[in-house]
Design a protein around this ligand. Structure first.
Ligand code: 5GP
Length: 117
């Protein structure tokens, strides 16, 4: 597997070198709005620890990301008056990953409303 690239877009967002719409931050995770949202409120939760994807991250760091997604899911249900939540997390190009800093997509959903592809 390719090594973690410290110049990936999300690493730059974490370092404050690129702008983002921040949703949440704690000691372990950072969350911000996706630049091309598939639904309103589409949020990305990332670890502060450098990790390319699930194949590269320590279990405890992955647990921090899952906890962050859990928190964002609950907040998004309220903020968007949602009927459900979709969570996705892609790994390596074959798994659909495009940006190589681990991230979970948290997407508020509404009955009868499709996500953009
Ligand atoms: P994935 O790697 O999970 O397939 O997709 C990467 C996600 O990152 C996409 O949903 C894309 O819209 C989002 N993304 C790519 N570049 C940026 C960026 O510069 N800022 C933000 N906020 N999101 C981005």
């Amino acid at each position: 597997m390719t090594a973690y690239d410290t110049n990936n877009i999300f690493a730059k967002i974490l370092r404050g070198e690129l702008p983002c719409s921040k949703v949440y931050e704690d000691e372990h995770v950072f969350a911000f709005l996706d630049i091309m949202p598939r639904v309103p409120g589409h949020t990305l939760v990332i670890p502060k620890a450098p990790a390319r994807n699930i194949l590269d991250i320590k279990p405890d760091d992955y647990a921090h990301v899952a906890r962050g997604a859990h928190k964002i899911a609950a907040a998004a249900m309220k903020a968007f008056n949602a009927d459900g939540i979709t969570i996705q997390q892609f790994n390596e190009p074959a798994g659909g990953q495009v940006v190589f800093h681990l991230h979970m997509h948290v997407m508020p959903r509404h009955d009868g409303v499709a996500m953009l592809p």
